[in-house]
Design a protein around this ligand. Structure first.
Ligand code: HEM
Ligand SMILES: *[C@@H]1O[C@H](CO)[C@@H](O)[C@H](O)[C@H]1NC(C)=O
Ligand SMILES: *[C@@H]1O[C@H](CO)[C@@H](O)[C@H](O)[C@H]1NC(C)=O
Ligand SMILES: CC(=O)N[C@H]1CO[C@H](CO)[C@@H](O)[C@@H]1O
Length: 340
């Protein structure tokens, strides 16, 4: 009798389990664009993927993320950027987290030189391993940590469907990201190659509303743009003056804000900055050179960023589907920096 009850309870749970699963359709499934970076790209994810395998996982991720990011809010930018990098190189498969004994993994590549925040992902993963060992993928951890850390700085929230598996390959030679020196057509192409459209490009560039870079990447732009000691005419001269007083010609290290005037706040101010020709990188300013990205920027300026949070959430969900591994592809690592 007791056994029979137990069995029916299990059956019931199974049925409930199926009915509360919230599968999340892959936004690329029916689209023309087909990001081929991984064969698993067309798989689906599920908002409730860990509901039975690790019911506490979202709480644990949130708790540890808050613990790290609250006292050091600049980590939010680093972690958001890390998720973006992960997704753009071989898909959102956690491969950015892998270490190589030969220093030839993605995280060793020049665009990674300033990536910080690995310790947050590692701490979250350790906490998860105590609760449910070998269950939660590093790719999912990173996607959630990025979301939760933006929430800590009171930025927008977006749903993170889960079930990504971890890749086993991380190559420095593949770690090539859109360049801060790129023009808008190049950026559009780089995004289209990942299945993201022009709107996603301008919306996600809005992530530059937080965070920092350093003088090295803008030196030529402000000191010697064409080799005649000039600056990029696409820049606001007052902004150039400001940057020059911060960045001496040989200085590569000093930190500069991505969104001058509102660097700590996740808001739509980045679009105001770009509109005032205060985009830090050529790739930021370039968004004024395409009618669609320019219209988006103007609309955010006119409306005080009315749709930015919603748009950002939508594009982040798409970003999180790029090149994912699902099902029995890849693996679930027990440490995010080492393949099993
Ligand atoms: C459109 C193409 C993009 C280019 C060319 C680009 C380029 C860059 C560069 C060069 C930096 C400075 C890195 C450094 O100095 O170490 C940076 C920082 C940053 N990027 Fe982007 N990025 C792009 C898109 C994105 C996207 C899609 C996101 C996220 C959704 C993002 C989030 C960030 C954040 C948050 C930072 C600040 C990092 C920190 O403070 O630690 N970027 N980006
Ligand atoms: C971006 O597009 C340009 C032009 O097609 C290409 O040379 C570059 O390698 C691309 N970069 C990335 C990261 O895909
Ligand atoms: C600017 O660049 C040109 C050509 O690369 C170089 O000859 C010149 O010395 C540079 N000027 C300064 C002020 O760095
Ligand atoms: C955070 C991190 O792992 N950065 C690495 C980036 O690449 C350089 C060398 O290429 C490494 O020394 C850094 O540790």
């Amino acid at each position: 009798m007791a056994l029979k009850n137990l069995l029916s309870l299990m059956v019931l749970l199974g049925v409930v389990g199926v009915s509360v699963a919230r599968p999340y359709d892959n936004p690329f499934r029916n689209s023309q664009s087909n990001p081929q970076s991984n064969p698993g790209t067309m798989g689906n994810l599920d908002l409730d993927y860990y509901r039975y395998k690790c019911p506490q996982m979202e709480d644990i991720v949130r708790r540890v993320t808050i613990q790290y990011v609250s006292p050091k809010p600049t980590l939010a930018a680093a972690l958001l950027r890390m998720h973006f990098h992960d997704c753009f190189v071989r898909g959102c498969d956690g491969s950015i987290l892998l270490k190589s004994p030969n220093n030839d993994a993605e995280r060793d590549a020049p665009p990674n030189l300033t990536l910080k925040g690995y310790e947050v992902v590692d701490a979250v993963k350790s906490a998860l391993e105590l609760e449910c060992p070998g269950v939660v993928s590093c790719a999912d951890v990173l996607a959630l940590v990025a979301r939760d850390s933006v929430l800590v700085i009171r930025g927008p929230w977006w749903p993170v469907p889960l079930g990504r598996r971890d890749g086993r390959i991380s190559r420095i030679s593949e770690a090539n990201l859109p360049s801060p020196f790129a023009d808008v057509n190049t950026l559009k192409k780089n995004f289209t190659d990942k299945g993201l459209n022009t709107k996603d490009l301008v919306v996600l560039s809005g992530a530059h509303t937080i965070g920092v870079s350093s003088c090295g990447l803008i030196s030529s732009r402000i000191h010697n743009f064409t080799g005649r000691g000039d600056f990029d005419p696409a820049m606001n001269p007052n902004y150039v003056k400001e940057l020059k007083s911060r960045c001496q010609p040989k200085d590569v290290k000093t930190i500069v804000d991505m969104d001058p005037g509102s660097v700590d706040k996740f808001d739509s101010h980045y679009f105001d900055a770009v509109d005032q020709r205060k985009g830090l990188f050529i790739s930021d300013s370039a968004l004024l050179n395409d009618w669609e990205t320019k219209l988006y920027i103007k609309t955010q300026v006119w409306t005080g960023g009315a749709s930015f949070n919603r748009d950002f959430a939508e594009s982040m969900v798409k970003l999180g589907f790029i090149g994912i591994l699902t099902g029995d592809q890849g693996e679930v690592r027990s440490r995010c920096d080492l393949v099993k």
